[in-house]
Design a protein around this ligand. Structure first.
Ligand code: PMP
Length: 330
């Protein structure tokens, strides 16, 4: 029988999909690595699995142990799935600005969620940093993965994402474009591709305008999951040949085009990475093969990027061509 025995066996081995429409007029091949095919719906399943399995090996995570992490996003979902499959308790500490739907996903997998006020300073005892630190120290057998400092994060991409891209393109990949959050994906996959190609593959980071990776101070931007105001240990800038800054507006308009033109319902950091990939494509030739990594799906962003009112409130819709809707015709 062609069956899988365990959901976590389905992590990784995501498909590469050719982008046909948004690339019109450009010479190179542009291929999207579609990470929403992971069982938790994002690239973060890869790091969740590796961080947990490494901690099991080192003994930091013991049978019956509890995983404690301050996250509400994709890493939380990945950890919740791996914890549920392997029988660990999971406690996530989230700021109160996180939407109820996101918390409901974590609870659905059996995780406990502790909500903390956003309005207090990071060193306040009620802040979500302080609470998660306290819980990690007081809960017996607690283990904190800390995705921003855990070597298993880039390592998971060195072992899986990078080799998959090399094999899927039969070594023809010439450029890898990845949004930078913790930097784990670009550091691990980029390092592997540089090594295996003896430096031939160019590694390009995509960064929200204002974030530190492209020279900013950490000014707020709306695209989620990428950009930082600090430099995490998981990011090795020496792997990156170039960092392309992209505005929120360009990221979100491209995210909407990906849904309409390429039938890819993906998140805002995917739009950001594709904008950067197309800028690279403009200066490449027909033999170039650009792989762009799309970290997650678009369902978590229906109330924002795919909501016209939200987009209009930020002035992001102005230049999008308005086509008559069914309501206009009636
Ligand atoms: N996009 C989204 C939606 C993410 O959740 C993340 C992870 N923070 C990234 C991009 C960036 O990946 P990395 O942390 O490996 O740099």
């Amino acid at each position: 029988m062609r069956v899988h025995n365990n959901l976590i066996d389905l992590v990784g081995d995501t498909p590469l999909l050719r982008l046909n429409k948004v690339t019109s007029g450009l010479a190179p091949t542009v291929l999207a690595k579609v990470e929403y095919f992971n069982p938790g719906g994002s690239v973060k399943d890869r790091i969740a699995l590796r961080m947990v399995e490494d901690a099991e090996k080192t003994g930091e995570l013991q049978p019956g142990g509890t995983i404690v992490e301050p996250t509400s996003g994709n890493t939380g979902v990945g950890l919740a799935i791996v914890a549920a499959e392997k029988g660990y308790r999971c406690v996530f500490v989230c700021p109160d600005k996180v939407g109820n739907d996101k918390l409901a996903v974590l609870r659905a997998y059996g995780a406990e969620v502790v909500v903390c006020p956003t309005t207090v300073a990071p060193d306040h005892p009620d802040s979500y940093y302080s609470v998660s630190e306290r819980m990690a120290q007081t809960i017996p057998n607690a283990w904190k993965p800390n995705q921003y400092a855990n070597k298993a994060n880039p390592e998971s991409h060195y072992r899986t994402t990078g080799p998959e891209i090399w094999e899927q393109t039969e070594g023809r990949v010439t450029h890898l474009v990845v949004g930078i959050g913790t930097g784990g994906t670009i550091t691990g996959a980029g390092r592997y591709l540089k090594e295996v190609s003896e430096g031939r593959v160019k590694i390009i980071g995509a960064d929200p305008e204002g974030s530190v990776y492209s020279g900013g101070s950490g000014r707020p931007y709306l695209v989620e999951g990428v950009g930082e105001d600090i430099w995490p240990e998981t990011y090795d800038p020496s792997v990156c040949d170039e960092v392309v800054p992209v505005s929120d507006k360009d990221s979100f308009l491209m995210t909407r085009r990906l849904a309409r033109d390429e039938t890819l319902l993906v998140g805002g950091s995917c739009g950001l990475a594709v904008v950067a990939a197309l800028r690279v494509a403009e200066r490449c030739g027909p033999d170039d093969v650009i792989v762009v990594l799309l970290p997650d799906g678009g369902r978590g962003y229906l109330g924002k990027i795919f909501n016209d009112e939200w987009m209009a409130d930020f002035g992001f819709l102005a230049e999008e061509t308005e086509e008559p809707t069914a309501a206009d015709v009636l």
